[in-house]
Write a protein of this length. Structure first.
Length: 309
């Protein structure tokens, strides 16, 4: 029987191509399940999962929780805002207290890069990284590339540009790793100040001109400017950013071909893309959200099957 090469999902950089193929094949099965009248299976009936969110989330938190319920897992939820973290408790103490309630798996979002990896070395439970600062967001990259595979049949050979705030984006880094593992060509596009210096070492192309980038690509993954991670201004004003890097209907109409628009959410409508673009037939943003549930079911099912052995 095939199994994942890893015991935790800490980042795409720890996966290989066979892991991604296995996750996608398993997600294909679960996507059929969640489109049936009875959407629930008993696969994780004996598994208890804690969702620990030390940073805000809408899509990821709800998607993991729904995926856990569809798999019949027992679920507990924790958000740092109303917890004893504000009284000075450490991350390891918080999680050890939760694990003493016999938890098998932890899904964690945390503002610090490396937090999920740190936890995996100190805690006897399987850890899934639901976003660690500006580092990685592996399930987002899996659902993004799964959505490309769904639309085009395969990811291999596709040209994908990631547009916007690459510097502060965990989605960008995880997508670069996931796209390259699957044989896509990757470009990043944005203001020079929002493109990290190490980017050339990742084997991606860099373009600061949006129209050139969009004319090159098959798919544009539009990122939000992450103001919450910025202590200084990286561009003169939001208006100027939108003029240079915002995708509008007229920008799309000016291209030589029809491209696909993706966005991990949350969208700042009117900044990185207009409502007309976000809601157009070229956008697959809600397909990404739908696929997130099947992908997260697949990841948790495959990791849990390693616990039981
Ligand atoms: N895409 C994403 O991570 O969205 P949330 O921050 O709402 O979870």
């Amino acid at each position: 029987m095939s199994e994942l090469s890893v015991d935790h999902l800490l980042g795409i950089k720890y996966l290989n191509k066979s892991d991604i193929d296995l996750i996608f094949e398993t997600a294909d099965h679960f996507k059929k399940v969640i489109n049936r009248p009875i959407k629930k299976v008993p696969s994780l009936r004996d598994i208890t999962i804690a969702n620990l969110f030390f940073e805000n989330s809408t899509r990821t938190k709800l998607s993991f929780e729904l995926a856990q319920k569809r798999l019949s897992a027992d679920v507990i939820n924790f958000s740092s805002g109303n917890s004893s973290v504000s009284k000075g408790e450490t991350l390891v103490d918080t999680v050890k207290n939760i694990l003493s309630m016999k938890v098998d798996m932890v899904v964690m979002r945390h503002p610090n890069p490396g937090a999920a990896s740190f936890l995996s070395k100190h805690i006897d439970a399987q850890i899934i990284n639901a976003g660690d600062g500006a580092h990685e967001h592996p399930t987002q990259a899996l659902l993004d590339t799964y959505s490309i595979r769904e639309k085009y049949g395969e990811v291999k050979g596709k040209k994908v540009v990631i547009v916007g705030d690459i510097l502060h984006s965990r989605v960008a880094l995880s997508n670069i790793f996931a796209l390259q593992l699957q044989g896509a060509e990757v470009m990043v596009c944005g203001p020079k100040t929002l493109i990290p210096k190490y980017i050339n070492k990742l084997g991606v192309q860099v373009e600061t001109n949006l129209l050139k980038a969009l004319n090159w690509c098959d798919i544009a993954n539009m990122l939000r400017v992450q103001n919450e991670r910025m202590e200084i201004s990286y561009f003169p004003s939001t208006r100027e950013y939108t003029q240079q890097y915002g995708v509008t209907k007229s920008v799309l109409e000016s291209l030589d071909k029809e491209i696909t628009i993706m966005h991990p959410g949350p969208i700042n409508r009117g900044v990185e893309i207009t409502s007309e673009v976000a809601d157009s037939g070229q956008a697959i943003i809600l397909n990404q959200v739908e696929n997130g549930v099947a992908i997260r079911m697949a990841v948790m099912y495959l990791l849990a099957s390693k616990i039981k052995q």
